[in-house]
Design a protein around this ligand. Sequence first.
Ligand code: SAM
Length: 287
Amino acid sequence: MEGLTNISVVRDIMERHGFTFSKSLGQNFLINPSVCPKIAEMGNAREGFGIIEIGTGVGVLTHELAKRADKVAAVEIDTRLMPVLEETLADHDNIRIINADVLKTDLAAVIMENFSGLECAVCANLPYYITSPVIMYILESRLPIKSVTVMVQKEAAVRLCAEPGTRECGAVSFAVRYYSTPKILFNVSRGSFMPAPNVDSCVIRLDILDKPPVSVKNESFYFRLVRSAFTQRRKTLANSVSATLGIPKDIVISAIEGAGLSPTVRPEAMTLEKMAAVADLLEEQQP
Ligand code: SAM
């Protein structure tokens, strides 16, 4: 259905279905007509592609994705939206709606069941209360996808796309760079949504890498180290890691020095390669 960015069309649908916004589910629906076509086009929604969407709302982005891609599988948690989507997406026969929590959905199985012979990508205007968990869930699931194109809060976009070794970076920036090359695509003002949130947004795209840019001996220890490094970001790496992982400080310092770094190095000065070197040395020294 066209017109899903028109406030009176959306209000009419909502009224007829008795639907009211749920703040706790992050329901801020897009009403700026230029945004969804841009997300679809920059997010690989095109011939030969199956797209996973997370959080359909009334289907405004789903509609633009289905116009361009071969197939769309959309995961939406809110059961109240199911009859709404039956009406708004009735023109399309290439959409499968999955009424579920995305964090409890086996996305690899969704791809296998729906996108045989197609390339895949993820596109979404994410519910902001679970931005990082959803992105981490997608990345860690190592799905056979080309890209993840998502609308997130501006501050989250900066952190997610920050280059390790800069002030803005955090544990999530390391994870993003381990699995992908991130890019901020464009800004979206708060007035583009109904209801308007208190923050501005950004659309980012993570282009998934074939293999990580660094090799580590033990991936799960590497990510434990990264998380521990940024738990107390004002402290030195040695203090933060020692306190969080419970490893004696002299052992942490010897790994840091063994990697050719200063014992007082701070987490935000670390790169993926430096963190990998410390992780490999520290893991060797574990009992
Ligand atoms: N795509 C629509 C748009 O752009 O207007 C809606 C975006 S709205 C920011 C987020 C959507 O995610 C809502 O429809 C909400 O119900 C849904 N949602 C929230 N938590 C979810 C979860 N855990 N799993 C799947 N969908 C979820």
